[in-house]
Design a protein around this ligand. Structure first.
Ligand SMILES: *Cc1c(COP(=O)(O)O)cnc(C)c1O
Length: 334
C-alpha cells in the first residue's frame, strides 16, 4: 500500500526523469564557483525572474536568512507578518544570527499585510529606535495568493518610505500558476526573492535567492559564514533545474486536487476554508488525533491539528484524493 501523505508538499520523491538529470549533471566545486550545473541553475532563475544574480542554498530558511542579512545591518528592523514563515518558523534566525529586530504585524484574511499598518510601524529616525529597513512578504501565504495590485501597492509604499522589499516565495510558482501569469509579474515588484525547489516543485533539496549583483555578493559571503557553501552541489541543482523545466505547469493538477478534496469534505459536512492553491484547511476540532490514527490505518498520513492543513503535491493523484474523501466519510459515519 503506497501511503498518501498530505502533511506537506515537501514529502515528494524525486521522479525518474529528475534522478536521471541528477545522474547526468556535470559537477565541480561550487565554493570555487566551478560547478557548471549550479551556475546554470542560478543563471536560469535570475534570468527567468528578472534579477541580475542568484544564489543556490540548501534550504528556504537559509535563503530568507541570507536575504534579510544582506538587506539589513545589525540593529536594523524588518516588518513581517506575525504568521509569516520568516518570523515564526525559522527559529528566530534573523534576530539570533543577524541581530535584526522583527516588527511583526497581524496578517489579514487574504494573506497580505495592511499597508497603512506597515507605514504606521515604520520608526522615525531617532536614536531610541531600531532603523526600519525592510518589508518581507510571503506568497503564497498559507496557500493564499497575494493579488498583483497589492504587490504593486506594496512596492510603491516601500519605495516612498525608503524600505527594501523581500519576498519569501517558497511557493512562488503556485501563485504564478494560479494567477496564470509569468512568475516575473510577481517578482518584478521585489528587491529580492527566495524560491523553494523542494516544495511543490518536487526537488529533494534546495532554494534559490535572487537579487542584485551587490545583494547576492553579500549573500554569498554570508552563505559561507553560516556553513551553506556546498561543493559538488550540481547534483542537487540538477534536480532543481529539472523541476523548473518540467514540473511547474503540473502545479495546476495539485490545485485541482486540493479543490476536489475541499469539495468532497465540505459535502461531508466539514467546515473547509476556501482553497486557492494546494492547501486545504479544515476544522477537525477535538477529533484531530482520532482522525489521524484512523487514516494512518488506511495508508493516509495526516498531521493532527484542530485546524488541519492538508497539502497536495506530485505524489498524490486524483484517485488518492477520492480515497481520502472516502476515508473521512467512514470516519464521520462511525
Ligand atoms: C518551507 C518554507 C520555507 C523554508 O523552507 P525550508 O527549506 O524548509 O527551510 C520558507 N517559507 C515558507 C513559506 C515555507 O513554506
Amino acid at each position: 500500500m503506497t501511503a498518501i501523505d498530505l502533511r506537506s508538499d515537501t514529502v515528494t520523491q524525486p521522479t525518474a526523469g529528475m534522478r536521471e538529470a541528477m545522474a547526468q549533471a556535470p559537477l565541480g566545486d561550487d565554493v570555487y564557483g566551478e560547478d557548471p550545473t549550479v551556475n546554470r541553475l542560478e543563471a536560469f532563475l535570475a534570468e527567468r525572474l528578472g534579477f541580475a544574480a542568484a544564489l543556490f542554498v540548501p534550504t528556504g530558511t537559509m535563503s530568507n536568512l541570507l536575504g534579510l542579512m544582506a538587506h539589513c545591518e545589525r540593529g536594523d528592523e524588518y516588518i513581517v507578518g506575525q504568521q509569516a514563515h520568516t518570523y515564526k518558523y525559522e527559529g528566530g534566525g534573523a534576530a539570533v544570527l543577524g541581530s535584526i529586530q522583527p516588527q511583526p504585524l497581524e496578517v489579514q484574511a487574504d494573506g497580505s499585510l495592511d499597508l497603512d499598518q506597515v507605514v504606521g510601524a515604520i520608526k522615525a529616525d531617532d536614536f531610541h529606535f531600531a532603523r526600519t529597513r525592510l518589508l518581507a512578504l510571503e506568497n503564497t501565504m498559507q496557500g493564499k495568493v497575494l493579488p498583483l495590485e497589492y504587490l504593486a501597492a506594496a512596492r510603491k509604499v516601500t519605495t516612498e518610505q525608503g524600505l527594501a522589499l523581500h519576498l519569501d516565495g517558497a511557493r512562488l510558482y503556485n501563485a504564478a500558476v494560479k494567477l496564470g501569469v509569468d512568475a516575473r509579474e510577481i517578482t518584478r515588484h521585489f528587491d529580492s526573492v527566495s524560491v523553494c525547489l523542494s516544495k511543490g516543485l518536487g526537488a529533494p533539496v534546495g532554494s534559490v535567492l535572487c537579487g542584485s549583483e551587490a545583494l547576492i555578493g553579500k549573500a554569498r559571503r554570508l552563505r559561507k559564514m553560516v556553513g551553506g557553501g556546498m561543493r559538488q552541489a550540481g547534483l542537487l541543482a540538477a534536480a532543481g533545474l529539472y523541476a523548473l523545466e518540467h514540473q511547474v505547469e503540473r502545479l495546476a493538477d495539485d490545485h485541482a486536487n486540493a479543490a476536489l478534496l475541499a469539495k468532497g469534505l465540505s459535502e461531508l459536512g466539514y467546515e473547509v476554508e476556501p482553497v486557492q492553491t494546494n492547501m486545504v484547511y479544515v476544522q477537525i476540532g477535538d477529533q484531530a488525533q482520532a482522525l489521524k490514527n484512523f487514516c494512518a490505518e488506511q495508508g493516509i498520513v495526516l498531521s493532527a491539528a484542530p485546524r488541519l492543513r492538508m497539502v497536495t503535491h506530485l505524489d498524490v493523484s486524483r484517485a488518492g484524493i477520492e480515497q481520502v474523501v472516502a476515508a473521512f466519510a467512514r470516519f464521520r459515519a462511525q
